[in-house]
Design a protein around this ligand. Sequence first.
Ligand SMILES: [Zn+2]
Length: 326
Amino acid sequence: MDFSDVIGQERIIKSLQNTIKNESIGHGYIFEGKKGIGKTMMAKIFSKALLCKEKGINPCGVCNSCIKFESFNHPDFHMEKPLGKSFKKEQIEDIQRGIRVLPYEGDRKIFIISDADKMTISAQNSFLKSLEEPPKDTIIIMMVENTKNLLPTIISRSQRLKFTPIRNDKIQDYLNKKYNIDKDKAHMIADFSRGNIGRAREICESEEFNQIRESLIDVINNNIGTDSFKSFTNSDFFENNKDEIDNVLDMMLVWFRDLLIYKETNNNELIINRDKEELLKEQSFKLSMDKIHDIINCIMETEENIRANVNFQLAIELMLLKFQEV
Ligand SMILES: [Zn+2]
């Protein structure tokens, strides 16, 4: 495993490799980005390179250190997760004791702090000391979804690297090779993943995603009348898939956007549900442009309501009610 195995994130790879080349490695890093975007993989490869005996911009993969790293057996590499819902001060103090110990193998040791944004304020205040006066041999990589829960003093003491969504075609290529799935399906999944490689993998490996998608498409299809969207008459489907509601609403939104695009352009290159082109074509005759727009707005509103913690049942019923007015 080295930097060439990472999909996308070229800017970050370049920046990390430059710090190795210029020997300007910092003591504190913040890797910021959504879960699944590739922070852990990047942090591991960076760590492996920093610990490698060859000291190149890519880990050599054959030295003693690389071999130990690959067998999860490197004494100078530490990965820390919160022991409960958050990092408490005591756990951070334990980690800090580890930070004060000299490296066993070479001249460096590395600590990756997963979910660093889950440090309590007193944990962060305590951890700050390690960033202010780090032992020369220590590199700390904090991984966060976003920095809004971190103390400004923690952020300012670290080099902050933001992970961005990966281009669709790159995810497609990856899915194609790894899972041997056809082009249309890879395209659909890459779109659904919104540039998140972990999410794309999860969708590929999850039976549930496919099941929900198929039954949702069924539900939609059964409810589209000849000239109106009669709407789902009950909320069972949504109630049964409550835990997956973000995905369900997302799938709905994508479906109706596809309908709109198909109706407007007749071009299947632009749609996401390409494997369902026939069905989209059929449905696009049954709904007017205005109605599709209204439905889309309605779904977006429901997404917002659910994000804003409006009662689940209420949000769904409101949506169904509005569908009937469409
Ligand atoms: Zn090596």
